[in-house]
Design a protein around this ligand. Structure first.
Ligand code: ADP
Ligand code: MG
Length: 652
């Protein structure tokens, strides 16, 4: 599913809460920023938001303060660095959350930027604390997440806050997901992975994942010597992880079983000390590294071997330098491989890892490969195929109709209905499309409401129907009558009708068919009781209700149905399903639809959540991938129903 990006949302006049990664190195004495790479990487997103007239509120962590303010880790030094790069003054709040930040946010003008103090000064940040997340959410109208470097962590400022605000990727995040995502999910073959760096133990996860994906694994860096030992070669004083030799053997065995080729260096540059100005020699595998010497780079022959292996590659991922590139004598291997990557014009070439990125910058080659990831730990975890909470929390493009329907139940006389709808129209945005807003008043109010809604985007729904077009059914209303009255939606199978009026799945199925035959859109409700949930029956109940309700409906008919998941225990009780519970149930319903009608149909059917929806919880529900809107009870009787519509409009 595609993540929403900053381009998908209107920023003008909005409080744009933006999570960036300003975790930059500071000079210990002067406290100046010594490397502004990460600040520069966030500039396009910040500038874009400023130009669009957003009020930009930046959040970042810096270093590892111990859950409280610590001047050593203040973001204040970033203010001057950022102001200079932007060519505009940047304001600063000495607290992350609290009175000062709130005051400065209130005074912020369109196009201005405010940086909040280190997010990790609040102990709630790393705990992903709900109260902190909610407080942060109150600072912004939306979240732009551009902090890929933090994407492997579920913290309040990148993940928790996205439970309460729609979250969009910034340009940097988008680029990282695009390129690393491609390498992880759909690499073109031949796919060559180059791994190096200091420790095998850091990279076990990546090696194991890549063994299942890549065609060739080239191993350099200090890591190679643990592998040399696994093969029985001498390594002298080289950096070897003794306790990982057995694992290295195992990995070599595994590679044989799979069709992946592991290529190890056949020679190495060695010296007696890891310092510049030492005599340097070449050792082959067979000769081994003599006692007192250590391997610090791959040798000429290995460079040639690796270059040959890279020749036909269509995808290359590189993580970890080939040698101690920080020392000029031992940078050759890393430099040669970097150059080899830049020569692969047809391939997607991606470099991940903090030191590897630093090496690319040192050689001035960072713009000559497809992508250099800015996230050290994050890019590693992504390559390991781990779930990235900071990526997963970004709202997804639903590509489905989003619906906010108000079920008035048995409230409001025609007179009251008329007054209310007139007021509602004044507070609703003029244009509510493409969000479909549906009002479902009692039958006797339908005409009044219909007449007021003429010329607006709003649609009318009924709360019930009898599944026959006419006949001796005293007290009932038919689908044809509804259609002829200007009604477009009909709520079917609401839990109150199931419970109080004893409606069965079979009867509900009849209603669905009769409504579809009259070209009305059913809002088909399903949901479990508290008893069923507590007894672990939720999935079974939903499956049965969906399957039996939809019996004999063709795929093209199913496409015209809107489903509403209403957990009975959350209706009128003030209890709201957590966003996770709502998402899980809506996901299950979609799975059932997939089983019944196939993935393509299932992906197009809107599934609403219903049950104690309020303006302050709706965003957290809408933020979930499978929740496409709300069937709103009590909150649809008040003008604040408009707030729900505004929230829904942010998820398009
Ligand atoms: P990345 O940050 O790109 O993931 P790592 O942190 O795993 O990379 O490793 C980088 C470090 O590995 C560099 O500081 C480099 O000097 C060191 N290194 C590379 N080869 C050797 C070697 N043969 N002996 C000791 N250290 C090495
Ligand atoms: Mg590193």
């Amino acid at each position: 599913m595609e993540a929403l990006t900053i381009r998908d949302v209107e920023l003008t006049g909005k409080n744009v809460l933006m999570r960036v990664d300003f975790n930059v190195p500071l000079d210990k004495k002067t406290n100046q920023v010594t490397d502004d790479t990460r600040i520069r990487a966030a500039l396009p997103t910040i500038q874009y938001a400023m130009e669009k007239g957003g009020r930009v509120i930046l959040m970042s962590h810096l270093g590892r303060p111990k859950g409280g303010p610590d001047p050593k880790y203040s973001l204040l030094p970033v203010v001057s660095a950022l102001s200079e790069l932007l060519g505009k003054p940047v304001q600063f709040s000495n607290v992350f959350v609290g009175e000062e930040s709130e005051k400065k946010i209130r005074q912020l003008q369109n196009g201005e930027v405010l940086l909040l103090e280190n997010t990790r000064f609040d102990p709630g940040e790393e705990k992903n604390d709900k109260n902190l997340s909610q407080q942060l959410a109150s600072y912004g109208d939306l979240l732009i997440n551009d902090a890929f470097g933090t994407a492997h962590r579920a913290h309040a400022s990148n993940v928790g806050v996205a439970d309460f605000l729609p979250s969009y990727s910034g340009f940097l995040m988008e680029k990282e997901i695009q390129f690393l995502g491609k390498v992880v999910e759909q690499p073109d073959h031949p796919y060559v992975a180059i791994l190096g760096g200091a420790k095998v133990s850091d990279k076990i996860g990546v090696i194991e994942t890549l063994m299942n994906k890549a065609d060739k694994l080239l191993i350099g860096g200090a890591m190679m010597f643990t592998f040399w030992r696994a093969l029985g070669y001498e390594t002298g004083n080289s950096l070897v992880e003794e306790d990982k030799i057995a694992l290295a053997k195992e990995l070599l065995e595994k590679a044989k079983e799979r069709s992946v080729e592991i290529l190890l260096p056949i020679d190495a540059l060695i010296a007696e000390k890891m310092e510049s100005g030492q005599p340097v020699r070449t050792a082959t595998r067979e000769s081994g590294v003599p006692g007192g010497w250590m391997g610090l780079d791959i040798g000429e022959k290995s460079i040639a071997l690796f270059k040959e292996a890279l020749k036909e590659a269509k995808t290359v991922i590189w993580n970890g330098p080939m040698g101690v590139f920080e020392i000029p004598e031992f940078e050759k291997g890393t430099h040669a491989i970097a150059l080899a990557l830049t020569e692969l014009k047809e391939a997607t070439t991606v470099v991940g890892g903090g030191d590897s990125a630093a090496a690319m910058a040192k050689f001035g080659l960072e713009n000559k490969v497809t992508h250099v990831s800015t996230g050290g730990g994050a890019s590693l975890e992504m390559l390991e195929g781990k779930e990235m909470p900071g990526v997963a929390s970004i709202s997804v493009k639903k590509n489905r109709k989003i619906i906010v329907a108000g079920n008035w139940k048995m409230y409001k006389t025609p007179e009251e209905a008329g007054q209310f709808v007139r007021r509602l129209l004044q507070v609703l945005p003029k244009k509510t499309k493409p969000v479909e807003v549906v009002l479902c008043p009692p039958y006797v109010d339908l005409y009044t409401v219909r007449d007021i809604l003429v010329g607006t985007d709003l649609a009318i729904g009924a709360q019930n129907v009898y599944p026959v077009n006419e006949g001796a059914f005293t007290g009932e209303i038919s689908p044809r009558m509804l259609a002829d009255s200007g009604v477009r939606y009909v709520i079917i199978g609401h839990s109150e009708r199931r419970a109080i009026f004893k409606e069965t799945n079979a009867f509900i199925n009849e209603k669905l068919k009769s409504v579809l035959a009259c070209h009305l859109t059913p809002i088909f409700c399903v949901g479990e009781t508290l008893y069923e949930r507590e007894n672990g029956q939720t999935l079974t109940v939903l499956n049965t209700q969906v399957a039996e309700g939809l019996i004999d409906l063709s795929a093209s008919e199913a496409l015209k149905v809107v489903i509403a998941y209403e957990p009975v225990w959350a209706i009128g009780t003030g209890k709201v399903a957590t966003p996770q519970q709502a998402q899980e149930a809506c996901f299950w319903i979609r799975e059932k639809l997939r089983a019944l009608y196939g993935a393509e149909v299932a992906a197009q059917i809107s599934i609403l959540y219903g049950g104690s929806i309020k303006p302050d919880n709706f965003a957290s529900l809408m933020a979930r991938a499978d929740v496409d809107g709300g069937l709103v009870g009590g909150a649809s009787l008040k003008e604040s129903f408009a707030d729900l519509v505004n929230t829904a409009l942010m998820y398009l």
